[in-house]
Design a binder for this molecule. Structure first.
Ligand SMILES: [Zn+2]
Length: 231
């Protein structure tokens, strides 16, 4: 069973008005909407919209630490007694719960009024950063995403949305580690860093985790596929 996971298609990540715009992110809104409308042809058993859903004082905001936006920061483990740390980037304030910035891009928001799209929130615990739609960066707090996919017998996921080199990548790697056959559709995502070196490193990392990166939505498997492939 196949699911489509759409990551972080929220106003703050979209140019020109978002506070943390992903370059060209606005260009994939309509293609993603078109893909939702092909739900049956594509055999998506479930469609999930993941939202970044922060509190006002979230630890990933530069403002919360009185530091400049985009500076590097050493996060300390939120677990008492755990001495581990992780380096991360401090962001402009973005995707604060129930604000315009955290709202889904308008055409996708409208779609949620009349279809059965499932919304999964991440980032709502204030003391830790999240990239993956499945968990925080420490893999301590799990969102409801894995339970939801398991409940609906999903074995294969397509991941699209923003940003390729952060939340899409992390969501895909988590999915692969959890045993889902995982594919990122390149034409339906945009990176923050699109230089050649970053892209090469990203491709290598995805390969390590057994995440496929393809240009277009791959056809879904049917019973006849093994015969087609054999010839
Ligand atoms: Zn965030």
């Amino acid at each position: 069973m196949r699911a489509l996971i759409i990551t972080d298609m929220q106003n703050d990540f979209l140019p020109p008005k978002g506070s943390l715009p992903v370059p060209h992110g606005d260009e994939i809104v309509q293609p993603i909407l078109d893909l939702i409308h092909q739900e049956e042809q594509q055999d998506f058993h479930r469609i999930v919209l993941v939202r970044d859903w922060h509190t006002r004082n979230h630890t990933s905001f530069a403002r919360s630490h009185d530091l400049p936006e985009y500076s590097q920061f050493e996060y300390k483990s939120p677990r008492p007694g755990d001495k581990s740390t992780q380096m991360g980037t401090l962001w402009p304030v973005h995707c604060v719960q129930n604000t315009w910035g955290s709202q889904l891009a308008n055409p996708l928001l409208k779609e949620t009024y009349h279809t059965h799209l499932k919304i999964v929130d991440k980032g709502f615990l204030p003391d830790r950063e999240y990239y993956s739609g499945f968990s925080d960066i420490w893999n301590f707090h799990k969102t409801e995403l894995n339970d939801y996919l398991k409940k609906h017998h999903i074995t294969e996921v397509l991941v699209v949305g923003l940003a390729l080199d952060y939340c899409v990548k992390a969501t895909a790697i988590s999915a692969a580690q959890l045993g889902y056959e995982t594919t990122i559709v390149k034409s339906l995502t945009k990176p923050i860093h699109d230089d050649e070196e970053s892209m090469a490193a990203l491709e290598k990392e995805l390969e390590q985790y057994n995440v496929k990166l393809v240009d277009e939505v791959p056809p879904h498997k049917t019973v006849g596929d093994s015969h087609t492939l054999a010839k």
